[in-house]
Write a new protein. Structure first.
Ligand SMILES: Cc1cc2nc3c(=O)[nH]c(=O)nc-3n(C[C@H](O)[C@H](O)[C@H](O)COP(=O)(O)OP(=O)(O)OC[C@H]3O[C@@H](n4cnc5c(N)ncnc54)[C@H](O)[C@@H]3O)c2cc1C
Lengths: 260, 382
């Protein structure tokens, strides 16, 4: 099957982020950038679906700044066949809807049976782009998949819900977002990395998609960012016997922390 | 002049680092303590393409340049010397001689199996009586019709005595040359050949999760098709193999130094004495500054040697320098790293003592530091 995977480049989850001088964004300098982990599940699932079927293509599509090409290449190194990057300075100020518009335009001319995306990006955790793209393309969408199986003209998805699992069937073409647990993404192989060099990576700006900067301009703006409060130091519970320790701990939880 | 790594080289560094931290770091201490070679981990390293680095695609290799290969070994060694040894020896000693000197049939037979990491191959040069003096080889092979009969033994052979070993390359004396000196020939001997036994060597101080074997050849018969390349080429093949092998041993020194330095820097910033992090004491800070500088120098030298090789220029002198320098840098860095850790540095849980132990082999294997100095002094005309 021809599968499209939407990916985003995000700061490395292990990186310590700091707030930029404008007070409303994160400082980009010196950050290490990676493929959003949820998007890696989506790439892995697309590769597995086609490997099991013994055919098909995987096209990775991203929207962002020039450096996002590195994320697309990482997906190509994992095994995707080709990449498309919508690379436009206007996108750095875009919100979820702006990005979704760019992505929807980018994929609208392509052949696909399935679009996979991460359920959310670990940087702003909005979880909006996947569903918005589906809406703009007027195709069905299922969020937070923990299993994806193709059955004829439809896709059967088990999706995580609060305290349970929803089993959803959608006709193809459809968009499904990947949740943690869907799979264990592979490492790119050395040969995969060497081969990625020769795979096509097409870069387009917004005008090539028939969009203008206003079309993707943010409808809302981040006014300010502040770091989470520093975690207060831990408290050691004292006591001579296990019973005493348990009693003192229970008292501290009830009276001081007021959690029980 | 351009010091920038290519995009692919950078991606290889990132990916092997990610792999080493996710798959090797969690088990390195336990494997070291149990002195256990891990088939599972070796296969995983095979899956991401760490074997057959320099081999072309037609034989199942990864078609990497030498800088990329060395970066991969460096990143493994940054986390664990043993796994880096399995990969470095697997490529430079196991696979490389077959790839560079083997005939088409031999390459087709062995390389695809070795490049997946499903099987390993050893390179048997060292003998109980022939270490630095590799010309002192006593293992002999005598012709008998279409066959050769091998007798002798080898010692300290990496990847040669584990359940993944498909066979070994053995250097043997096959007669006398015109000038009266011994003629050497290498043979490919498969595991299971009658009369060939491989015994794993235990109680090593370092590389405890890497497989080291002692090999015995008791009237081992192999067909003449099992000669690697041509009869009489054994010594030349060995010298060329060691030139490449030196780079991978050097890469282990470089990566190991980097790993130990990172542990020490992190610890020094966290550990408080006299009311401040010990990294604020000049005596500690200067050690770390020296480490950072020497690692930088070592890396430049190593990558230059690899670049020479990739460019088809003479690199042998630089390979000896890089091997010697990188392994001695690691020696100084691990010494500082343990010192900075104080008493905790001597405890296994802190990881740094493993680097301290693993380092020592690098000054001994593939030509001792003394031998490297002999090689370099010859190149500069002493
Ligand atoms: C874990 C491990 C893995 C190994 N893997 C392999 C392998 O895969 N294949 C393989 O063939 N070998 C392997 N070796 C063997 C290794 O290459 C030898 O140990 C090394 O070459 C040194 O030989 P030796 O131990 O016999 O020491 P010796 O040669 O006996 O040296 C002893 C000391 O004498 C010094 N010395 C010797 N000659 C001179 C000289 N002319 N001038 C000055 N000083 C000199 C040496 O530098 C050294 O300090 C391995 C060894 C180990 C420990």
């Amino acid at each position: 099957m021809d599968i499209i995977v939407l990916i985003k480049q995000v700061p490395d989850t292990g990186a310590a982020v700091s707030i930029a001088a404008d007070g409303a964004s994160i400082a980009a300098e010196g950050l290490k950038w990676v493929v959003n982990p949820y998007d890696e599940y989506a790439v892995e699932e697309a590769l597995r679906i086609n490997e099991a079927a013994g055919g098909g293509t995987v096209t990775v599509v991203s929207a962002g700044e020039a450096r996002a090409a590195q994320a697309v290449r990482a997906a190509l190194a994992m095994g995707a066949d080709r990449g498309v990057l919508v690379n436009d300075p206007a996108l750095s100020g875009a919100d979820s809807l702006g990005v979704a518009k760019a992505l929807a335009k980018a994929v609208s001319g392509m052949d696909f049976g399935l679009i996979l995306a991460g359920s959310r990006a670990v940087d702003d955790e909005a979880g909006l782009v996947g569903p918005m793209v589906a809406q703009l393309l007027d195709i069905p969408h299922v969020s937070m998949a923990t299993t994806v199986s193709l059955e004829g003209d439809s896709v059967l998805v088990e999706a995580a819900t609060d305290g349970g699992t929803a089993v959803v069937r959608a006709p193809l073409p459809a968009l499904v977002t990947a949740e943690k647990g869907l799979n264990e993404p592979r490492f790119a192989s050395m040969m995969g990395i060497m081969k990625a060099k020769k795979k096509p990576l097409e870069e387009k700006d917004l005008s090539a998609l028939g969009l203008s900067a206003e079309d993707v301009a943010a409808k809302s703006a981040v006014a300010a960012m502040s770091p989470p409060p520093a975690r207060p130091p831990g408290k050691m519970i004292s006591g001579d016997t296990p019973e005493q320790l348990a009693e003192n701990l229970a008292a501290a939880l009830a009276d001081e922390a007021k959690v029980i | 002049m351009d010091y920038e790594l290519t995009r692919e080289q950078q991606m290889i560094r990132d990916e092997v680092r990610r792999f080493a931290e996710a798959e090797i770091a969690p088990v390195a201490l336990e494997l070291d303590e149990k002195e256990e070679f891990s088939v599972e981990l070796t296969k995983k390293m095979g899956e991401i393409g760490l074997f057959g680095a320099m081999v072309s695609e037609e034989y199942g290799g990864q078609a990497m340049d030498y800088v990329s290969y060395i970066i991969a070994v460096e990143e493994l060694a940054r986390v664990d010397g043993s796994q880096a040894a399995t990969v470095a020896a697997g490529n430079s000693l196991g696979i490389a001689p077959i790839y560079y000197f083997g005939n088409e049939e031999q390459k087709k037979t062995y390389l695809p199996k070795l490049c997946t990491g499903e099987y390993l191959w050893g390179f048997g040069l060292t003998e109980p009586q022939a270490g630095s003096d590799a010309g002192g080889t006593q293992t002999i092979a005598e012709p008998d019709g279409d066959e050769w009969v091998i007798n002798g033994s080898k010692i300290f052979i990496t990847n040669a005595a584990c359940e993944m070993t498909l066979g070994v390359t053995v250097q043997a004396v096959t007669g006398k040359r015109g000038d009266g000196r011994p003629e050497y020939t290498c043979f490919l001997v498969e595991t299971g050949t009658k009369g060939f036994t491989a015994k794993a060597m235990h109680r090593k101080m370092m590389w405890r999760a890497s497989n080291t074997g002692e090999l015995f050849f008791d009237n081992v018969r192999v067909h003449k098709d099992q000669i690697l390349g041509k009869q009489g080429d054994g010594f030349k093949q060995m010298l060329e193999t060691l030139d490449g092998g030196r780079l991978s041993i050097g890469a282990m020194g470089l990566g190991g130094a980097q790993g130990a330095y990172e542990l020490a820097l992190k610890y020094a910033k966290k550990r408080k004495q006299f009311g401040q992090p010990i990294s604020k004491f000049q005596a500690v800070a200067f050690k770390l500054a020296d480490c950072a500088m020497e690692i930088e120098c070592a890396r430049n030298l190593m990558y230059k040697a690899c670049w020479l090789r990739d460019s088809g220029k003479p690199y042998e002198k630089m390979a000896a320098m890089a091997k010697l320098y990188c392994s001695e840098v690691m020696s100084r860095v691990v010494d500082h790293a343990v010192q900075i850790h104080g008493g905790y540095g001597l405890m296994k849980e802190y990881g740094v003592e493993r680097f301290y132990r693993d380092q020592k082999l690098l000054e001994i294997g593939e030509g001792t530091s003394e031998v490297q100095r002999i090689v370099i002094s010859r190149y500069i005309g002493c």
